[in-house]
Design a protein. Structure first.
Lengths: 219, 397
């Protein structure tokens, strides 16, 4: 699948808005791409010279959070759905990540833990990061799961983030990030992509955006 | 509601502060209901904030700033004049500081800032208000009040309970309903200002013959009122106490001589508007007249920019066209003096050689704060102004 701008949210958000129902897109990047958070300054968050030299485009998403480098071997999950008057990011992060964690574990990956505001972790290292954007009664969730990918480029293209969760504790990208493969999983990105796509069917998506009911946050 | 605050919403339990990323509507531009006004960001989420009503947008918080939940970041209203009136009313309200930031950390049920305000206005405990979902909303409070038979306060402008009339009066009068919101706001704001001021007035008659002759010859487009504004601004340079104000034991002086002047919009329920001519003492008479014309036209269109409605150090008021010979005016907020300009009229005077002649003149009445300056100081200012108006060469270089 080629990378298009609308895969960073607007297209799916419009689709969900038109349908009045949640929509999901699960895909694997085919080429490196830097995606900045909504308020990120490119010069602060990434090494523009390195990106230019490597021919890596830099784009910006609607949602908050920090910059990410997408590379092959990652799986990107984009979900858009109606939230009405609710803007409770914490609850939606919790609900979607909990569902994704159960799907990933169901594929045979090690148990995932909750970290920071909205990360999924293996031990103390981050394996999934995500962001949310609320727009006129709808929310757009975007998450990036590190399955089986090289992380060298991350150090070259991204600077240490301007904001970080407490549990990162100043660690470099290579010390902080990990992949399912590094944790011993033999799952490939395509296998995970297909599994997540199956697990994000219409019924599951409706459940994610149904009326909030109290639930535990730990996945 | 003619002007309503735009507050930072409570988006989840953990976020007390957010970053105002950017504005999607220009300051002073019109927004429609549901239009995205700005984008806010919490730790990992962005939130588009939509306008709950259509109207002019008066932005307060700057893009890039950190804002607290419940904080007012903008106002939306029918006109900027109404917005300014509401802002002034909010600032003069003792509860305004509390209402700017919704209490998030205190114990008790979660509620929207407006719901908290409304509950506070009616002395309600949030714990007693039934609600659906995790957040108590304004509608929940209103429903509760309706169910128990209390009329919800229609706005913050009507916070004081109506005092019942004595029976012998009540049978002689008819209830005409509540004050219009803008008039209630003006009344509150003036009452708050007057509570601080030791009100005193002093007046002087000014001969106009030479000034009117020069105005007729001048062709500058300036009127007598413009000439009074022009000379007042210049005279104020030497009377700094009249462009200062008291707050408690402290005195504050405006950095520039900005003159406010009063307009009454008879087309819209006689709403009072006070546009401000900034750096009035540096303008030529012609430029000042042009500025006043521009401000007046913008005011009547309801399109005065916010900065043209604030920052006045002194006010000049004239009841144009009413042939009122003299009157006293009330000081505006953050000012200590106001000059009331009576309509020109004629009188018979004895000239140097004993002949009698008819002379045109007007009466200037200065209201000032006797806690800040005395009658001699204020009288000296009026004498200087009288001299300048009666010898208007300085106004016509």
């Amino acid at each position: 699948m080629s990378v298009r701008a609308d895969e960073f949210g607007d297209g799916l958000l419009d689709e969900a808005r038109n349908a009045g129902e949640p929509r999901a897109l699960v895909w694997e990047p085919r080429a490196p791409l830097v995606v900045l958070g909504r308020s990120n300054q490119a010069e602060r968050e990434c090494d523009a010279e390195a990106c230019r030299a490597l021919g890596i485009p830099v784009v910006q998403r609607r949602g908050g959070g920090g910059a990410v480098l997408l590379v092959p071997g990652m799986v990107v999950v984009t979900i858009a759905g109606p939230t009405g008057e609710s803007r409770d990011a914490g609850k939606l992060f919790c609900r979607v990540n909990k569902h994704l964690a159960s799907l990933i574990e169901g594929l045979g990956a090690p148990a995932l833990a909750h970290g920071g505001v909205s990360d999924l972790c293996l031990g103390e290292r981050k394996v999934l990061g995500c962001s949310l954007a609320f727009s006129r009664g709808f929310a757009l969730y975007q998450g990036c799961l590190l399955v089986d990918c090289e992380l060298e480029l991350v150090e070259r293209c991204l600077r240490h983030p301007s904001r970080e969760p407490a549990y990162r504790a100043g660690r470099s990208h290579s010390e902080f990030l990990t992949t399912l493969k590094q944790a011993g999983s033999t799952l490939g990105a395509e296998q995970v992509r297909a599994g997540l796509e199956r697990g994000l069917d219409a019924a599951a998506l409706r459940a994610l955006f149904s009326t909030y009911a109290p639930e535990a946050c730990a996945p | 509601v003619t002007a309503a605050p735009v507050r930072v919403p409570q988006v989840d339990v953990n976020d007390v502060e957010m970053v105002l990323l950017d504005w999607r509507v220009e300051h002073g531009a019109r927004a429609s209901k549901g239009q995205v006004l700005c984008v806010l960001e919490t730790a990992k989420a962005t939130h588009e904030l939509e306008s709950e009503a259509g109207g002019l947008v008066h932005r307060i918080a700057a893009a890039g700033s950190t804002v607290r939940v419940g904080e007012v970041i903008a106002w939306v209203g029918a006109t900027l004049a109404e917005i300014q009136t509401e802002i002034a009313a909010q600032r003069s309200s003792p509860s305004s500081t509390d209402s700017q930031s919704a209490p998030r950390d205190e114990a008790g049920p979660r509620a929207t800032p407006r719901a908290r305000e409304l509950a506070l206005e009616h002395g309600l405990d949030l714990e007693q208000i039934p609600h659906q979902g995790e957040l108590i909303k304004e509608r929940d409070v209103r429903d509760f009040l309706a169910a128990r038979g209390a009329a919800p306060a229609s706005s913050a402008a009507h916070q004081q309970p109506d005092t019942p009339l004595p029976a012998q009066i009540a049978q002689l009068v008819e209830d005409q309903g509540e004050l219009p919101r803008h008039k209630a706001a003006v009344a509150r704001h003036l009452a708050a200002t007057q509570a601080e001021i030791i009100y005193a007035t002093i007046e002087v008659d000014v001969s106009l013959d030479r000034a009117l002759l020069r105005l007729e010859e001048g062709g500058s487009g300036a009127s007598l009122f413009h000439l009074v504004l022009h000379q007042t601004a210049r005279a104020l340079r030497d009377f700094p106490l009249l462009r200062s104000f008291r707050r408690g034991q402290r005195v504050w002086r405006w950095k520039e001589t900005a003159l406010a002047f009063t307009l009454v919009d008879v087309e819209r329920d006689h709403r009072l508007v006070t546009p401000v001519v900034h750096r009035a003492d540096t303008l030529s008479l012609e430029d000042l007249a042009a500025e006043c014309l521009e401000l007046s036209l913008a005011a009547y269109r309801g399109e005065l920019a916010a900065e043209k409605l604030s920052g006045g150090a002194f006010t000049v008021s004239m009841l144009t066209g009413l042939e009122v010979t003299r009157f006293t005016a009330l000081q505006n907020q953050f000012q200590s003096a106001v000059l009331a300009v009576g309509s020109p009229r004629e009188r018979v005077v004895r000239e140097d050689f004993g002949d009698f002649a008819v002379e045109r003149f007007l009466t200037l009445t200065l209201a000032y704060d006797h806690g800040l300056c005395d009658g001699y100081y204020s009288g000296s200012f009026l004498a200087r102004l009288k001299q300048a108006l009666e010898d208007p060469d300085s106004a016509f270089p």
